[in-house]
Design a binder for this molecule. Structure first.
Ligand code: UD1
Length: 366
């Protein structure tokens, strides 16, 4: 048996095509959920939308500090994996559950592959950067989404042998589910005109935990919302921080800003695929916008996904309200986001290459 460990929303999207590809290859594959994300809207709906089976186990880790979350996931995973003894484990992305799983498998001596290896923002203040660097150090096989990731790993001294560029598995999910997502007609259901609205997501601690930063971003968003409707499914962390910072009213009462609970995968894809622009601090959405050809304002100072800038539609705007507004206006006026290319191997077939790479190593006895 091969097991993929997932914990948080972006992991589910990457695990779904991997699960299908293992089944297609006739290999028994199970999903182990740490339970880091536990709300129906953050977890269950993704399993349903993506056609994944229920996880074989949910370790019920839940929220907590980084140490609490990582430690709880490690304890649960150690017990579970010791009992299961899988032939191999796949860890995906850069969340605390990814780090926990790779620490456990390294010590249990279970062959482990990291999907989305090699991405680096160079920003050590991001918890995800710590998770990425440590995970890559611990695993046996580094499955990368793009050339820059290979270069990062080689520069850090990893051997060429341990790296396989497989492409971006999130795009497999996007391609598989785009037709069904479009059928949901989310823009129409919200009274929006196709190509005449913005979609926003925001959840990074650097943007939402400091009331001054969050307030400045919401100020810029209010000005953009006076030009086009801005649809904003609000992450639980962001809602909690906004309300404790006294910014709850700004979420509810800003003209043109349409807030709602987090959406499922298909509903959200239905919305983004027909948007005029995207504003986000999510890594996955930078990638999806690039493939959909929709200008993406990335509300970060740096990105571990530079190809979304050099080849795709993303532009870094940080949290400076003037820059956010300026770039939004440029994108709404059709002055940016043109000339995009879809990066190599972001072709909907990454999951097949992941399965091939893992099975080849297991047969080699490595
Ligand atoms: C995590 C990942 C981040 C990823 C994001 C996607 C880490 C370090 N971060 O951040 O890389 O981009 O998931 O969403 O692993 N909460 C709920 N219900 C849930 C989940 C979370 O209410 O189902 C709330 C809780 O108040 C929790 C907070 O959101 O404390 C943050 O959740 P957490 O899992 O710690 O990190 P995210 O910010 O979601």
């Amino acid at each position: 048996m091969i097991i993929t460990v997932v914990g948080a929303r972006p992991n589910f999207v990457k695990a779904a095509p991997i699960h299908s590809a293992f089944l297609k290859a006739g290999v028994q594959h199970e999903i182990c959920h740490t339970g880091q994300h536990y709300d129906d809207a953050m977890a269950r709906v993704f399993f349903e939308d993506l056609g994944m089976p229920k996880p074989v186990v949910d370790l019920g880790v839940g929220s907590g500090t980084h140490a609490e979350q990582t430690a709880a996931a490690m304890i649960g995973l150690e017990r579970f994996l010791t009992a299961q003894r899988p032939r191999a484990v796949l860890v995906v992305g850069d969340v605390n559950s990814t780090l926990a799983a790779s620490l456990v498998t390294a010590k249990l001596g279970i062959y482990t592959a990291h999907v989305e290896a090699g991405l680096r923002s160079g920003d050590w203040s991001m918890p995800e950067e710590v998770n990425r660097v440590v995970t890559d150090t611990l695993v046996d096989l580094l499955l990368t989404p793009s050339e820059d990731a290979d270069r990062n790993l080689l520069a850090e001294g990893f051997s060429r042998d341990s790296i396989v560029q497989v492409g971006n598995v999130m795009i497999d999910a996007l391609q598989q589910h785009l037709p069904a997502a479009k059928k949901l007609q989310m823009p129409e259901r919200l009274g929006l005109r196709t190509g005449r609205y913005a979609v926003m997501t925001l959840h990074r601690p650097s943007n939402v935990d400091d009331p001054a930063v969050l307030g400045r971003i919401l100020g810029a968003v209010a000005r953009i919302a006076s030009r086009v409707p801005v649809v904003f499914p609000v992450h639980p962390r962001t809602r909690a921080q906004a309300s404790s910072a006294g910014l709850g009213d700004r979420l509810e009462k800003t003209a043109g800003l349409i807030t709602m609970q987090p959406l499922g995968y298909l509903e959200f894809l239905s919305l983004t695929s027909a948007a005029q622009i995207v504003l986000t601090d999510s890594g996955g959405l930078q990638e999806e916008s690039t493939v959909l050809g929709i200008p993406c304002l990335t509300l970060r100072e740096n990105t571990e996904r530079p190809v979304t800038i050099t080849e795709g539609t993303s532009v870094l705007v940080g949290s400076d309200p003037e820059k956010i507004e300026l770039e939004a206006n440029r994108a709404l006026d059709g002055e940016s986001g043109a000339g995009r290319r879809v990066p190599r191997l972001w072709d909907g077939h990454a999951s097949g290459r992941i399965v091939d790479a893992v099975l080849a190593r297991l047969t080699d006895g490595k």
